[in-house]
Design a protein. Structure first.
Length: 488
C-alpha cells in the first residue's frame, strides 16, 4: 500500500482482494487453489502449499463472487489425489482420505501435483478433517451453482462414498463419534485433543448431512446406487446428533449435575456414563465463568474424560450446521457476548480457552515451544474464525456481535499485514511465529464482511433441522447402539 494511503473500508477490502489474488495457485494454466501464506520474509516450510482446510475460506468467498471455476478445479484435482484402492502398506494413506495439502511440482518440464497426507508434515499428523471439509465444500459448490451434476458424476459419487466408508468403518469403540489421533484437524500439533474432539465431530456431522443430500440412492446407468451407505448415514446421524447435544453440553445446570455425579457406576442404570471424576474438572473456575444463560459444547468426551476447554471452531460450526439445538446455539452466543474479553478480546477470536499452563502445558503439549500458553493453538487468536462467527451470528440473529468483531479486526489486520494468528490473553501481540499475508486470515475477513452484507449466503454452509423423528429415535444413547457399516 502507498505510504500515505488513508485506510478506508474500501481500500482495506481492496488490499485484501489484491492479496487473495496473489495467493492463487495455478496448475497447467488453471487456478486450482490458494497457497496458505505468501510471506517472503520467513522460510516457507509448507506454507507455499494449498491446504484443504485453509482453502475452504477462500473457496466460499470465490463462490459468493461467482468465481466458481477455481473451486470446481480444486474439487476435481483433489478428488484425483484421493487413494481409491485399499492400501497394504501401513505407511501409505488409507483409501478415501483427502490430503492435508498439495503443491505443484515440475519434473522434466511437466507439472504435476504432489500431495501430503501427513507423511511430510511436522510430527506426521493425520488430516482427518480434509475429507470432511472436501464434502462440505462440494455441497457449498452445488448450493452456489444450483447444479448437482458435478456431485452426480460417478467419480464424485465414488469419492463421497469412499470418504463415508472410511468414517463409518468398523472400529474398536462404540460411540457414534469419530475416534481420532491428536492434531488431526486445524489444531495439527499435540494439544491433548486425541479421542473424540469436538471440531472433528462437528465436521463429521456436517459432512454426513452434506453427503446425504448428494449421494444418489437409486442405481442407474453409471452408478451402482448407494442405498447401503445412505442407510448407514441415516443410522449414524441422529445418534451422533443426540450424543453431542447431550454429553458435550456444559452450562451451569449441567455443571451442577456433574458436580454431584457418583462414580464407578456399572451397567444400564449408570447416570455418569463416562465415569467422569469431578476432581478432574476446574469446577470452581467454571462456576464463576459460566454466565447464567450461557453454555457451550465441551472439547472432548471419552472414558473418564471431559475436556472443559472452549473450542471456537467446533462451537461455531455446531451452530451453523444445526448440530446444536436452537437453545444451545443462543446460549453459546450469550457466552461469547458475556465473556467477550476472554474469547474475542482485541482480535477475534480465541481458537480455544483457557490456555494449558505450567505442568499441564508441559505434559500435554510435550513442551511445544510454538504452543506456549496464550500462543498459537494454545489459546492464541485466529482471525480466520471471524467468518464462522459471522455465519453463526446470522444463523442466531445476533449480527450485532459479528459487526463488532469486524470493527475490531479491520484496521489492525491490514496494518499488521494479515497475520496468521495473534498471541496474548487479549490477542494484542502478533503471533510469535505467525506468517504474514496468511490467506485464510484475508479470506476469513472478506467472508465475514460479505456474510454481514448478504446474510442469504448462509445456506452455502448451513443446514436446517434434522427431522424430529430422526432425533427422537436416538434420544437415549446406549453404548453399542451404533450399527457398524460394512463396506462392500
Ligand atoms: C498450521 C495450522 C493449520 C493450517 C496450516 C496452514 O499448520 O495449524 O491449521 O492448515 O498452518 O495454514
Amino acid at each position: 500500500m502507498p505510504i500515505n494511503e488513508v485506510l478506508t473500508d474500501e481500500n482495506i477490502e481492496e488490499q485484501a482482494w489484491r492479496a487473495l489474488e496473489k495467493s492463487i495457485l495455478y496448475y497447467q494454466g488453471r487456478p486450482i487453489g490458494t497457497v496458505a501464506a505468501y510471506d517472503d520474509s520467513v522460510e516457507a516450510l509448507n506454507y507455499d502449499q494449498c491446504f484443504v482446510r485453509d482453502f475452504v475460506s477462500s473457496a466460499l468467498i470465490f463462490l459468493i463472487k461467482g468465481r466458481t471455476d477455481i473451486v470446481r478445479n480444486f474439487l476435481e484435482e483433489t478428488l484425483k489425489l484421493q487413494p481409491k484402492e485399499r492400501e497394504l502398506d501401513a505407511y501409505k494413506p488409507g483409501r478415501g482420505l483427502i490430503p492435508a495439502s498439495f503443491k505443484v511440482v515440475v519434473e522434466n518440464g511437466e507439472e504435476h501435483l504432489e500431495a501430503d497426507f501427513g507423511e511430510h508434515a511436522i510430527a506426521r499428523v493425520t488430516p482427518v478433517d480434509s475429507c470432511l471439509w472436501w464434502i462440505i465444500l462440494l455441497r457449498a459448490y452445488v448450493v452456489a451453482t444450483k447444479d448437482y451434476s458435478i456431485a452426480y458424476q460417478p467419480d464424485f459419487q465414488n469419492g463421497i462414498r469412499l470418504i463415508i466408508e472410511i468414517c463409518l468403518a468398523n472400529r474398536f469403540d462404540m460411540y457414534p463419534t469419530l475416534l481420532v489421533p491428536d492434531g488431526a484437524c486445524m489444531i495439527d500439533r499435540r494439544m491433548g485433543i486425541y479421542g473424540h474432539p469436538l471440531e472433528l465431530q462437528v465436521l463429521f456431522y456436517s459432512a454426513l448431512r452434506a453427503a446425504r443430500e448428494m449421494l444418489v440412492c437409486k442405481a442407474h446407468q453409471d452408478c451402482k446406487g448407494n442405498q447401503d451407505v445412505v442407510a448407514a448415514i441415516d443410522n449414524r446421524l441422529p445418534l451422533l446428533c443426540s450424543h453431542i447435544r447431550q454429553h458435550y453440553w456444559i452450562d451451569i445446570n449441567r455443571l451442577n449435575a456433574i458436580y454431584r455425579f457418583r462414580s464407578e457406576e456399572y451397567g444400564k442404570g449408570a447416570v455418569n456414563l463416562f465415569n467422569i471424576y469431578v476432581d478432574s474438572l476446574p469446577y470452581y473456575e467454571l462456576d464463576k465463568w459460566l454466565p447464567r444463560k450461557g453454555g457451550y459444547l465441551a472439547g472432548n468426551v471419552g472414558p473418564s474424560q471431559l475436556d472443559t476447554r472452549f473450542f471456537a471452531l467446533g462451537n461455531l460450526m455446531a451452530i451453523i450446521s444445526d448440530l446444536a439445538t436452537e437453545d444451545q446455539s443462543q446460549a453459546i452466543m450469550n457466552l461469547i457476548e458475556e465473556r467477550w474479553d476472554d474469547l474475542v478480546g482485541d482480535m477475534p477470536m480465541k481458537i480455544c480457552f483457557p490456555a494449558l499452563e505450567s505442568e499441564e502445558y508441559r505434559i500435554v503439549t510435550g513442551c511445544d515451544p510454538k504452543n506456549i500458553p496464550w500462543s498459537y493453538h494454545n489459546a492464541g487468536s485466529w482471525p480466520v474464525l471471524m467468518w464462522m462467527f459471522a455465519a453463526a451470528a446470522v444463523k442466531t440473529n445476533r449480527t450485532g456481535l459479528a459487526r463488532r468483531t469486524i470493527e475490531i479486526a479491520k484496521a489492525r489486520l491490514s496494518e499488521d499485514e494479515w497475520p496468521e494468528y495473534y498471541d496474548g490473553k487479549k490477542g494484542r501481540l502478533i503471533g510469535k511465529q505467525a506468517r504474514k499475508y496468511q490467506t485464510w486470515t484475508i479470506a476469513g475477513f472478506l467472508l465475514a464482511k460479505e456474510l454481514m452484507d448478504n446474510p442469504n449466503y448462509l445456506p452455502l454452509v448451513s443446514f436446517d433441522e434434522l427431522p424430529p423423528e430422526a432425533i427422537s429415535r436416538a434420544c437415549e444413547f446406549e453404548v453399542g447402539s451404533v450399527e457398524p457399516y460394512i463396506p462392500r
